[in-house]
Design a protein around this ligand. Structure first.
Ligand code: ADP
Ligand code: MG
Length: 133
């Protein structure tokens, strides 16, 4: 069964949306295999997001992900990577489809409530980054 990594970002944790977001995954047949609430350092965020290091928003992105508690989860299900991306919605909540997490809860392109791996390969890397299983 395919697995992917999901993160509930600081803006959503801060607004007590953890359970609402978990319920959306579960309703959409993604099982939450592991879940932990953590706070990461800016250096860890920089490592996690290093694919974006050349982007103009990289520094703000790393500051943001390390600004408060986050919830990191391993989701499991059929086509979990793509399924999660569909449930999350577009990067910019303004462009996200109805009933996606980002449409429901995202505030802006940077405070968009969730992260999800974009490929099976990156899912493996991102799961290894946060979980020592
Ligand atoms: P996604 O999270 O949908 O996979 P990306 O991988 O392209 O999107 O970007 C990673 C994160 O960087 C986004 O979730 C968002 O928080 C932030 N981001 C992306 N594009 C911008 C932008 N133009 N301005 C500010 N932040 C951005
Ligand atoms: Mg991405």
């Amino acid at each position: 069964m395919e697995q992917t990594l999901s993160i509930i970002k600081p803006d959503a944790v801060e607004r007590n949306l953890i359970q609402n977001i978990k319920d959306i995954f579960t309703k959409n047949n993604l099982k939450i295999k592991e879940s932990k609430k953590i706070k990461i350092s800016k250096d860890e965020a920089a490592e996690f997001y290093k694919v974006h290091q050349s982007k103009p928003f990289y520094n703000d992105l790393c500051t943001y992900l390390s600004s408060g508690p986050i919830v990191v989860m391993i989701l499991e299900g059929e086509n979990a990577v793509l399924a999660n991306r569909k449930i999350m919605g577009a990067t910019n909540p303004k462009d996200a489809e109805e009933n996606t997490i980002r449409k429901l809860y995202g505030i802006s392109i940077d405070k968009n409530s969730v992260h999800g791996s974009d490929s099976i390969d990156n899912a493996k890397k991102e799961i290894d980054f946060f979980f020592d299983l």
